[in-house]
Design a protein around this ligand. Structure first.
Ligand code: S3P
Length: 163
């Protein structure tokens, strides 16, 4: 298993799918597993149950996936690595974790205003970004700068670092 972390708009899904294809393994995304388990979209979990319930579910889903450690590329939702328990599980698992680092400006150009991402509706999203950056770095085995690079270039960079 290889895990991707990073802020919304870093390209975790695009790069993760491409990386998985290159390695001929499945791609998964913690948000999709959460949606299957909850039976509704992430934004609806936030709306109906609140962010703390989402974070608990997110932690549980990721703990289960890490424990199975199947041969695949797993992208974590942008807030997942903020959870101390999830960071501890990642560290304990010894699974390689890639921080796909996007600048705040580039992230906003890509996904700013996306109504399916409830965290983007917060007035303090810049502060959320600033608080998370060191958490991602702490969770990661290594960091890859995503700004100004194509998904193909990023995948080649990740593969080189993994070898
Ligand atoms: C979130 C990021 C989203 C999703 C949820 C919360 C966050 O995932 O998990 O909307 O807190 O940053 P992506 O990073 O895939 O957009």
């Amino acid at each position: 298993m290889i895990v991707l972390v990073g802020f919304m708009g870093a390209g975790k899904t695009t790069v993760g799918r491409l990386l998985a294809a290159k390695l001929a393994v499945p791609f998964s995304d913690s948000d999709h597993v959460i949606e299957a388990r909850a039976g509704k979209p992430v934004r609806q979990v936030f709306a109906d149950d609140g962010e703390p319930a989402f974070r608990q579910l997110e932690h549980d889903v990721i703990a289960g996936l890490l424990a199975k450690n199947e041969d695949m590329v797993l992208a974590l939702g942008g807030g997942a690595a903020v959870h101390e328990g999830t960071r501890a599980n990642l560290a304990h698992s010894k699974i390689p974790v890639v921080y796909l680092k996007v600048s705040y400006a580039e992230a906003m150009r890509r996904v700013g205003g996306d109504l399916d991402r409830p965290m983007l509706a917060r007035p303090d999203v810049a502060q959320v970004y600033a608080e998370r950056d060191p958490r991602y770095a702490e969770a990661a085995t290594f960091t890859v700068d995503a700004d100004g690079k194509t998904p193909e270039e990023l995948v080649l960079g990740i593969l080189a670092r993994l070898r």
